[in-house]
Design a binder for this molecule. Structure first.
Ligand code: T46
Length: 134
């Protein structure tokens, strides 16, 4: 499916002299949130991801630091998005290949997901992804 379905989402920010606060509710993400997880202490030079999901939608946020997300569809399109702001999210729908790389020191990737964990939802082989997305 096309990468046009990938979206950058501004997460509302409540500014305050004491620091900022951002909230993710169901008007920010177009799905009911079933799971939240986060990647942290990622060693320099490491890649994460390298898969697509059959059903899962997710919102990725760089809560701290920065990293790049490489997105691919089955038509050969590629897009690279840098996430580096805690109030910017990247909405990745189902059937989009993603790889996460170039994590800065101390980067934290928060993931808000539409489904509980199910290994059967993963497509971890790129050739299989290309075939399944026809
Ligand atoms: C994604 C990127 C951004 C669980 O047991 N429960 C969970 O909820 C998750 C997410 C993972 N796991 C297990 C499965 C593996 O044995 O944790 C291990 C590492 O998972 P994985 O290799 O899929 O990690 P990443 O960083 O490559 O991918 C994760 C998410 O799995 C994925 O949905 O899009 O973060």
């Amino acid at each position: 499916m096309s990468l046009d379905r990938v979206k950058i989402i501004d997460i509302p920010k409540i500014t305050d002299v004491r620091g900022n606060l951002s909230v993710i509710e169901n008007d920010v993400v177009p799905f009911d949130v079933k799971r939240v997880y986060y990647l942290y202490d990622v060693p320099s030079g490491t890649h994460r991801g390298g898969h697509a999901h059959k059903k899962l939608y997710q919102l990725l946020i760089a809560i701290s630091g920065s990293f790049n997300v490489v997105l691919k569809d089955s038509s050969g399109n590629t897009k690279v998005v840098t996430l580096n702001k805690p109030n910017t999210g990247l909405l990745i729908p189902n059937m989009v290949w993603r790889e996460l790389e170039d994590f800065s020191s101390g980067a934290i990737c928060l993931v808000v997901a539409s489904e509980v964990y199910e290994e059967s939802d993963y497509i971890r082989d790129f050739d299989r992804f290309l075939l399944m997305d026809k």
